[in-house]
Design a protein around this ligand. Structure first.
Ligand code: GUN
Length: 294
């Protein structure tokens, strides 16, 4: 059983990106600048945003954290998005999700200039991804594709089952896995809360991508011998034995499932670290005009 370490791969890519940014700047290129809008004080969101900002610092990328209370009106948030759209120093920015209930997420995402949408959430980027033409790929699916590529997991013609159909992970990764590419060219099934006989599908999977946010949902009797599993879950579960009071749980019951796998991503240290470096890669592509020429 092979452990697909996103942490190790992220370290390799970080070293590459650091050199790439230094060379770009040394040759007169503009220092990349990522902005992050954070609304409210959700603990997990604050942690993720902290990882993003710190990675920018390490790799020579400028970052700006724009914080707002969860009482901000939709109108004011949209105005903030417009301000960043029009700020020539900002190459890319994201609005950390989730947002408070009184704010229409779709409206916020559609207001982001797609050329600065380094989260790849805007409908133009999603549409371009579906058409398999250059675009910003959403960070988590992009990270998953890089894991599959780096560890040379053969996806061509394989049965790939995706659990979850969120806009952030399940839906986009299902598109990428079915696109003509390598990784890609898989036969993809998307399962969700209304799927009948889920086990019938999961038992058929050569590659199982789990993005439900339900701790330890996938059990050993749900997968076949030799499956490759990508576990996207990172739910905080109470754990009094830990100093911080919680641990991160994946969507797969790792101890009983891993022995059946030919390869599996751990939690933590799997998909999570890849998400952050993928966002940074998008930011570098943005400043260089690699996706949308300047
Ligand atoms: N919340 C969870 N994942 C993400 C992500 O990739 N981008 C943003 N903006 N919010 C998130």
């Amino acid at each position: 059983m092979q452990i697909l370490s996103g942490k190790d791969l992220s370290n390799i890519i970080q070293a590459q990106v650091k050199v790439e940014v230094a060379e770009w700047v040394a040759n007169g290129g503009k220092q990349p600048h990522l902005a992050v809008i954070l609304v409210g004080s959700d603990g997990a969101s604050e942690t993720y945003v902290g990882h993003k900002v710190r990675m920018c610092e390490r790799l020579g990328i400028k970052s700006s954290l724009v914080k707002h209370s969860d009482e901000i009106s939709e109108e004011d948030l949209l105005a903030e998005v417009e301000r960043l759209n029009n700020d020539d120093d900002i190459d890319g920015f994201i609005v950390q999700l989730p947002l408070p209930k009184h704010i229409n997420v779709d409206k916020v995402i559609e207001t982001i200039d797609h050329r600065k949408d380094v989260d790849g959430f805007h409908s133009i980027n999603v549409g371009r991804m579906a058409q398999n033409v250059p675009c910003f790929l959403p960070a988590t699916p992009y990270g998953i594709m890089q894991i599959l590529e780096h560890y040379q997991i053969d996806t061509q013609g394989k049965e790939c089952v995706v659990l979850g159909r969120s806009n952030i992970v399940g839906r986009p990764v299902s598109i990428l896995m079915s696109n003509n590419g390598n990784p890609g060219n898989a036969t993809v099934t998307v399962c969700h809360s209304r799927t009948k006989d889920l086990k019938k599908h999961t038992l058929n999977a050569d590659i199982l991508i789990v993005a439900l946010g339900i701790p330890e949902f996938v059990k050993a009797d749900m997968v076949k011998e030799g499956v490759v599993i990508i576990d996207v879950g990172t739910t905080r579960v109470e754990d009094a034995s830990r100093k911080r009071g919680y641990r991160l749980s994946g969507d797969v019951k790792y101890d009983e499932v891993a022995p059946k796998c030919s390869a599996i991503t751990p939690v933590p240290g799997g998909v999570g670290p890849m998400t952050v470096i993928s966002l940074i890669k998008n930011t570098v592509r943005a400043v260089k005009g690699e996706v949308y020429p300047k």
